[in-house]
Design a protein around this ligand. Structure first.
Ligand code: FAD
Length: 314
């Protein structure tokens, strides 16, 4: 079922989740444990992130440097297949522009379709220290909007090459949105213009980057509506569970943390898990009171706090 159908049919606020594949060399059991914890709160869908390849440099005993290109966290498609077919929970794999040709993306879409997956989140991805070489005759998507267009073309059975009697693939397509503006955008207005272009290209809904101040999100929704963006906007929450995140979250996700939250954790670092949980619980209550149809949790590798928070609101 499409994410948008879940939203349309929701009789109470839905809680969705985002998990990341285990690092190369670990077992799929790690992620299954997280899915089993999440399954207790009846999620309509679970997002699984995707990661592009990185270059790794290794100094050998003779002093030379060996360069290897590898994906640190492979497995997005198969994890989605397991969750969807073993647990009966809808999945939303993330598809990236960066690191993939459009031809590879079409192959991935076909695999997802065969697995019975009907939703994807179309994301550009960030630059890494590896730039994929696009060989002659191959093409790539630059911005998320280009990937949305590729997915929308398939709704009309338009594959990259003309195929006689081809069948349509009808994915529901989500895209990312940034209540505090995307870091590369010169200003908020420009960022909204690009967000609107993704929706006009055919995106069905928006999931936001994590935020820690509900008023920032509410203002974002207001500005989106004013700009003529009418699709559902799903807020993204993340409970802070260690002190390091006071620096890593702003650094990696380009978000800000409210003074009160930072002061509380800094004054009482031993209680960071409790403080983080209480903060997210208050955000959650506020968003539920304002009638959100779905709230998205970035659980990453730790679902316990999120599940407790949700159970706390009944
Ligand atoms: P886009 O929408 O393409 O926008 C990127 C930037 O380009 C913005 O500043 C935008 O304003 C600008 N822009 C857009 N179109 C144009 C244009 N035509 N001309 C000039 N500028 C333009 N990363 C991962 O690696 N894997 C994941 O699984 C993943 N999941 C995510 C899930 C969510 C919900 C979110 C919000 C982010 C996720 N990210 C993920 C991070 C994401 O890859 C980065 O934030 C990335 O920098 C932007 O991705 P985007 O899809 O928002 O890009």
């Amino acid at each position: 079922m499409h994410v948008t159908e879940h939203l349309d049919r929701a009789e109470r606020t839905l809680f969705s989740f985002e998990i990341i594949p285990p690092p190369r060399g670990k077992t799929v059991r790690d992620i299954i444990d997280i899915v089993e914890q999440i399954a207790h709160v009846d999620p309509p869908f679970i997002d699984v992130t995707s990661h592009m390849a990185e270059a790794v440099y290794e100094e050998l005993s003779d002093g030379s440097i060996k360069r290897r290109v590898r994906k640190k966290r492979p497995g997005t498609i198969s994890i989605c297949g397991i969750i969807q077919n073993r647990y009966g929970i809808e999945t939303v794999p993330h598809l990236l522009c960066a690191g993939f040709t459009r031809e590879e993306t079409e192959d991935a879409i076909i695999e997802l379709n065969y697995l019975g997956i009907e939703n994807v989140l179309a994301i550009r991805g960030d630059q890494s220290n590896y730039t994929k070489i696009v060989r002659d005759g191959r093409t790539r998507n630059i911005y998320a909007k280009d990937l949305v267009s590729q997915l929308v073309d398939l709704r009309e059975a338009n594959f990259l090459e003309n195929i006689a009697n081809s069948e349509a693939i009808n994915f529901c397509v989500g895209v990312g949105g940034y209540p505090e503006k995307h870091v590369e955008s010169p200003n908020f207005k420009t960022d909204l213009k690009h967000l609107k272009a993704k929706v006009e290209a055919g995106a069905d809904y928006i999931v936001t980057q994590m935020f820690f101040d509900n008023s920032v999100f509410m203002e974002y929704v207001r500005k989106c509506r004013e700009a003529g963006i009418t699709v559902p906007i799903i807020p993204g929450l993340k409970p802070i569970d260690n002190v390091r995140q006071l620096t890593t979250l702003p650094k990696h996700f380009h978000i800000s943390l409210p003074d009160d939250l930072v002061d509380e954790i800094t004054e009482s670092p031993k209680h960071v898990k409790e403080i983080g949980k209480n903060w997210t619980s208050k955000q959650l209550a506020g968003l539920m009171n304002s009638g959100m149809e779905c709230i998205h949790f970035y659980v990453m590798n730790n679902a316990a706090a999120t599940v407790e928070i949700i159970k706390g609101v009944g």
